[in-house]
Every structure is written in C-alpha cells, then in structure tokens.
Design a binder for this molecule. Structure first.
Ligand SMILES: NC(=O)c1ccc[n+]([C@@H]2O[C@H](COP(=O)([O-])OP(=O)(O)OC[C@H]3O[C@@H](n4cnc5c(N)ncnc54)[C@H](O)[C@@H]3O)[C@@H](O)[C@H]2O)c1
Length: 270
C-alpha cells in the first residue's frame, strides 16, 4: 500500500546484494512510496548480486562504487544528481563486512590489516559518504541519512567480533556528523539498530541461527523482519520525522529493553 510518503524525493540506496538484503526491501518500498533513486554497491557485488532485477523493478540506475573510495563516492553523488535531476533527499548506508569474521579469526587474536578493513568498510565509509556529500553540497535541506547498526555496539556479543567495534564507530559518526550537518543544512543523520536478520551479511556471523532464535524468543514482539526495517527506513526518510537526528534507534521488537523473557527462562527449568 502506498501513501506516497516519499513522492518527489530523490535518494541513493547502497547495499542491495540480493533479495534477502535489507537494502533490497528498502528500495522496493521507496519505489512504492513514490521516490526515485539510484542503487549502488561495490563493483565485486555487481558480479555476484542480482541488482539488475531490482533496478528494473524499481526503474532505477545502478552506479558501482566502493564505499571506501572517496573518488567512487564523488562520482556516485555526481551521477546520482544528474540522473535524478537534483539534490539528494535521502541516503541509506547498508554496508557491512569484516574480513576477520569471514576468516573466522577470534576477537582476541585479530589480523589488524583486516581489522582496519572492517572499520573502513563498515564505519568510515559512512563518514566518507557524509563528507563527500557535504563538500559537494549534494544533499537537500532537511535531507535524511540512515545507516544500519546492531546492538553489539552497546552490549557484548562475543561472536560479533570486530564488527561490534565498527558499529560503535558507525553510531558515533551519526552523532558527530549529525551535529555538523544539522547546523549547516538541517540534514538529519541517524542509525537504526536492527534485529538479527537472515541476509548474506547476517548469516556470515558465527552461530547466527542460534542468535536469531535466541533474539526471537527474547524480544516481546519477536525479531523485526527486513521488511519492517525497510518500513521504518521509509518513515525516517519521510517528512514525518524531521526533528529526529543524531539518534541510534532500536528496531528490535523490544529486545534492547528486555532483561529476561519467560521463553528463555523456560529453557533453564530443571
Ligand atoms: N543481517 C543482520 O542480522 C543485521 C542486523 C543489524 C544490522 N545489519 C546491518 O545491515 C546492513 C546491511 O546488511 P544486510 O544484513 O542487508 O546484508 P547484505 O550482505 O545483504 O548487505 C551488505 C552489503 O554491504 C555491501 N558492501 C560490502 N563491502 C562494500 C564496499 N566496500 N562498498 C560498498 N558496499 C559494500 C555488500 O556488497 C552488501 O550488499 C549492514 O550494515 C549490516 O551490518 C544487519
């Protein structure tokens, strides 16, 4: 159902790798709500992913960009404005990757080159995007920028590895850059802290299936799906949330405020 919440808005959506990706659902819903946007992903993901299907369904163009490259990001903002015909109203940062997680290295014995890559791809890319956009004056007044995070930024989830540190930096960047962009152009910058979600990135985390089931049993509303996360992103991009900035907002079915759930307690009954 469309309420045309994003009618007339132009956006950039990163990170739609396949139909399980959270960004994929955001693109579908943004299209449904009247937005026009470009899709972007790392050049390597173009070969693996199914982005062309999404581009056709949402009538959008794809621009390859490695989110760690200032040069690529500059071209991304330039081309997006040309294609869409004006400044950008919303940006979704839906990017995460840790070589340490991929190689299964323990948190206590990380490869530091990989660690830097995790931080660069999963957190600094957010700063780079905002910085490039600000220098080019590519975002509209009252524009909205959202990045996706996870509660391991606040609490320890041992298997989440160096991604926990990356998410802590990501959320901090939303606060710090949000101040400057807010003062300069009323642009709002937020992170959404999402439940475990069955996607390529999510499933790469060790023990993800157990984590998913645990979180589902722990949250009074159950895990938030990728679809409901996309709904929330749409609201954050819309004019209905103009005064929300520099926040990390939990979208997790109540997980973050729960001390214990009866379902989890049941498992320890002798
Ligand atoms: N799946 C979960 O359980 C979960 C929970 C909370 C937050 N998140 C976050 O949501 C976001 C989206 O992940 P997802 O779960 O939809 O998985 P996904 O694997 O579908 O998306 C991750 C995306 O990051 C892209 N990417 C990696 N390196 C890149 C680079 N250098 N430049 C540009 N793009 C690059 C990948 O190609 C991919 O499209 C991530 O930030 C992730 O950490 C996921």
């Amino acid at each position: 159902m469309s309420n045309n919440l994003l009618k007339g808005k132009r956006g950039i959506i990163t990170g739609a790798l396949n139909s399980a990706s959270i960004a994929w659902k955001v693109a579908e819903k943004a299209h449904e709500q009247g937005a026009i946007f470009t899709l972007t992903n790392a050049p390597v993901a173009m070969r693996m992913g199914e982005m062309k299907t999404l581009a056709a369904a949402t009538k959008s163009e794809i621009i390859a960009a490695d989110a760690t490259s200032i040069e690529d990001l500059t071209i991304l903002f330039q081309k997006s404005q040309e294609i869409l015909g004006g400044k950008i109203d919303f940006v979704l940062h839906s990017i995460g990757m840790s070589p340490n997680v991929r190689k299964n290295l323990p948190y206590t014995d990380l490869n530091y080159e990989y660690f830097q890559k995790s931080i660069d791809i999963s957190a600094l890319s957010f700063h780079k995007m905002l910085s490039v956009a600000m220098k080019m004056d590519a975002l509209s007044e009252w524009g909205s920028v959202v990045a996706l995070s996870y509660i391991a930024a606040q609490k320890t989830f041992p298997f989440y590895n160096d991604m926990a540190d990356a998410k802590a930096i990501l959320e901090s960047i939303a606060r710090s850059f949000g101040y400057h962009y807010g003062k300069k152009k009323n642009v709002r910058v937020n992170t959404i802290s999402q439940s475990p979600t069955k996607t390529t990135a999510g499933s790469g985390i060790k023990g993800f299936d157990y984590l998913y089931d645990f979180a589902n049993a722990f949250s009074p509303l159950g895990n938030a799906s990728a679809e409901s996360c996309a709904d929330f992103c749409i609201v954050m991009f819309s004019d209905l949330t103009k005064m929300i900035t520099m926040q990390n907002i939990f979208h997790d079915g109540g997980y973050s405020s729960t001390g214990v759930s009866m379902e989890v307690m049941e498992k320890f009954k002798s």
